[in-house]
Design a protein around this ligand. Structure first.
Ligand SMILES: Cc1ncc(COP(=O)(O)O)c(C=O)c1O
Length: 395
């Protein structure tokens, strides 16, 4: 059998190794607390499940959906107006996605040709790089460094790179760094995109998971944004609907039209009961969003305070469902630290290097376990001794 060379750029890497160790530990009845993958464990609100179940009980709802229902498009329009103060035309500026991951994986196929330059953050959520790579793009990494509060420095992108680039992907509140961007960043981004004729994709998956009385908005709320790009949004984390795969691409009508056209050749639309669940989520009571945010905020505080007490001063995130922090100083490689965390403490974390070269030296912990499990994780790490600086060898 012969297979496509394009697959050679995707490795299983560290995740497979971690999963193998996890499986073995579970087989041996040993402790495993998985803080690696960002799968939310907070269920959707009752009214969302009810809308889904009622629709799933209707035998007429098992046809191909093909298109987004008008009621869904209207719901997204009013959600964007109410939540972000952004006007959207339901006919031309909204496209549903089978999870925003699906859209992020496919959209590059509509924008870039083989060899085209794509600007991606480093570190970044992996599909930001994988989508363009599948389309044959050349990546140019834009570092997100602690000394710049993890904000991309657009002025550091060389003029010749900016001139060649066709697409830029950005996302704040950011996975994995957890950073939020100031308004000035979005204004500069729009200016930069206009100047160099670059399409912008802003991923807004974490706009609702923002703590300490702060609030995030939408990229599309900034003047000129819709002329240069689109925003991706997801119901996975905000409404606990990760398994239902519900996301949206909204904004520039030309970009949306091309994505819709591509998708009409790939999938037959979102399962009708999921469309109903989405409508219930974004038009119903938003109390559940507030509760979800509070739950993650509490988990964040438990983990940050707990680790501080046992000698690991970790950075407190201002947003997202993650903690992004330096590995203890006596480790050089984030992969070595992640390996020790699972082998010696049974706690699975993601090494920062899995998110790009600038992620080396960092680790990501996902707040995807309940409070008791997080307390157990802190105890297990403490007991394992891996945070302790090894004693210098004496001769
Ligand atoms: C930044 C970011 N974008 C998109 C996604 C994917 O979300 P969805 O479940 O909508 O595919 C994730 C999931 O972790 C994410 O962290």
């Amino acid at each position: 059998m012969q297979f496509a060379k394009r697959m050679n750029q995707f490795g299983e890497g560290i995740f497979t190794k971690l999963l193998d160790i996890k499986r073995k530990r579970l087989e041996n009845g040993e402790l495993v607390i998985d803080l690696s993958i960002g799968t939310p464990n907070i269920p959707p609100a009752k009214h969302i499940i009810e809308a889904l179940c009622t629709s799933a009980a209707d035998e007429n709802n098992y046809i191909y959906a093909i298109n987004d229902q008008d009621s869904l498009l209207e719901a997204v329009k009013s959600w964007y107006k109410k939540r972000y103060d952004v006007e959207l035309d339901p006919k031309t500026e909204i496209c549903s996605l089978l999870g925003s991951q699906e859209g992020l994986a496919h959209i590059s196929l509509t924008i870039i040709d083989e060899g085209d330059t794509v600007l991606v953050p480093d570190p970044c959520y992996p599909v930001f790089a994988d989508g363009p790579l599948l389309a044959g793009g050349q990546l140019y990494y834009m570092p997100q460094k602690k000394e710049n509060d993890y904000i991309i420095q657009l002025e550091d992108i060389p003029e010749e790179v900016a001139e060649k680039a066709k697409l830029i992907l950005v996302s704040y509140p950011n996975n994995p760094t957890t950073a939020m961007a100031p308004d000035s960043f979005y204004r500069e981004l729009i200016e930069f995109a206009r100047k160099h004729n670059i399409i912008v994709i802003h991923d807004n998956a974490y706009s609702e998971l923002v703590y300490d009385e702060r609030r995030a908005g939408s990229f599309l709320a900034f003047p000129g944004a819709k002329e240069v790009g689109v925003e991706f949004n997801s119901l996975s984390k905000t409404y606990g609907l990760a398994g239902a795969r519900i996301g949206f691409c909204v904004g520039n009508s030309e970009v949306v039209a091309r994505l819709k056209m591509l998708k009409s050749n790939i999938d037959y639309g979102m399962y009708l009961p999921f469309q109903k669940a989405a409508i219930a989520a974004i038009t119903g009571s938003q109390e559940c969003v507030e509760e979800t945010k509070k739950a993650y905020e509490k988990r964040r505080d438990i983990l940050c305070m707990g680790f501080k007490k046992i000698g690991w001063e970790i950075d407190k995130p201002e947003a997202t469902m993650f903690i992004w922090t330096r590995i203890p100083y006596h480790y050089e490689k984030s992969e070595d630290f992640a390996m020790d965390m699972i082998k010696k403490a049974g706690v699975i974390v993601t090494p920062g290097s899995a998110f790009g070269p600038s992620g080396e030296g960092y680790v990501r912990l996902a707040l995807v376990q309940d409070e008791d499990a997080l307390k157990k994780a802190i105890q297990a790490v403490h007991k394992s001794g891996i945070l302790n600086q090894p004693m210098p060898l004496t001769t």
